[in-house]
Design a binder for this molecule. Sequence first.
Ligand code: AHR
Length: 496
Amino acid sequence: THAQNNLVFNVDAAKTTISKQIYGHFAEHLGHCIYGGFYVGEGNTKIPNTNGVRNDVIDALKKLKIANLRWPGGCFADTYHWKDGIGPKNKRPGMVNAWWGGVTEDNSFGTHDFLNMCELIGTEPYLAGNVGSGTVQDLTDWVQYVNFNGKSPMSDLRQQNGREKPWHVTYWGVGNEAWGCGGNMTPEHYADVYRQYATFMTGWSNETKIFRIASGANSKDYNWTEVLMKKIPLNMLGGLALHHYSVIEWRKKGPAVDFSEQQYFETMQSALFMDSLVTKHSAIMDKYDPEKRVALVVDEWGGWYDVEPGTNPGFLYQQNTMRDAMIAGATLNIFHNHSDRVRMANLAQTINVLQAVLLTNEEKMILTPTYHVMEMYNVHQDAKLVPLTIKCNNYVVGNEKLPAISASASKDSTGAMHISLVNIDAKAAQDISITLEGGNYKTVGGRILTSAKLQDHNTFEQPAKIKPAPFQGAALKGKTLSVKMPPFSVVVLELK
Ligand code: AHR
């Protein structure tokens, strides 16, 4: 027997919208994310595709309701020259992917390919501009090329290349990790560079108001946020980024599948640290922007482990287990609960790289546990956050502990309430008692994601080992909801 977990949801106090843009993804020219992942080439007769983009991928991402897709990097973005990726494919120059494996690529997947693909998936593109090795003119031209509706050299070129109407791209990253691979800049220097780029990016979007996102802090570099907020005028800044990976130690990341409980615990410590990070970065932003006009954009997050044995270390290919489902469920709950400031996020990365939602192998494609969590959770998109207070048991390993339960809830436009719960504890089931303040719900249903072992994962041979199942462990009596969760499980409840 153990203490109870008590959650109180103040249903009547729901007012902040959980932006669906929190459900964004990230596609870099890295390993087999683009080439072999999204894109298999127009001439491919073995793998069904639309303009070279895999049909199975398009279908899976449509179902997932991914809100936005960030491209082409990552570190790659600050080496990418977009003009090399337009026009007839056989005339495009090649390039060497200096950050990721040193492989030569032929630029066959470029701006048109990416933006048309976003239309097929039904997601908003988020273009990451090259600040590190590009020019202000290049980035300005890119905005003009994709967004300008009048007659201009760049819109003429776009039309020559087969696209009549602009794509209306709203989200623009002004460089990536400017403190590191994006140019090793100081925050003071980057703030000035940002202001310069941001100035010339405007004006070419006569129908779309562009949303500019500054390259943000590396995890707990609070000074980065402080300097940028101080030096960049609020009206030039749509969002400020933040990157944080769930990693045990950069030099000793450990395996993606055959990890120990201690390694699981340390991964979850790093994942749950996101709560403290967004709290502290938000507090700094509040000083300069009390009205919360600028969004905190966590445009890289996820678990990072050693690559699978025998794969190219520069390709960052890793399997995805129930541990990743725990990271996803807990992190999304953190974002929801901070949705007044965290209004956009991007999981790294969509296919075959880091904490992927999809893995491909030739004509085969599988959905990972992370995919299932994001699919179960997408009911929260653009719903109103229901504030929560939580008292819960600890999950203890050795001398250290973590809260066993992670939770969040929202009310959608039909009035239905969704509660997402994660039992992080690898060993103990948890009984949860939930009090609903306000609301008038009569029924509860739900789905659960769990498995026999924490290390379980889907494979190309056994693609549906882990998938959501109907959940029978919740009972509603008046204003009290009782839930029993098995160890390492994710549950999403629906109350009507
Ligand atoms: O997602 C992999 C890499 O991690 C990205 O390219 C970079 O921005 C970050 O360091």
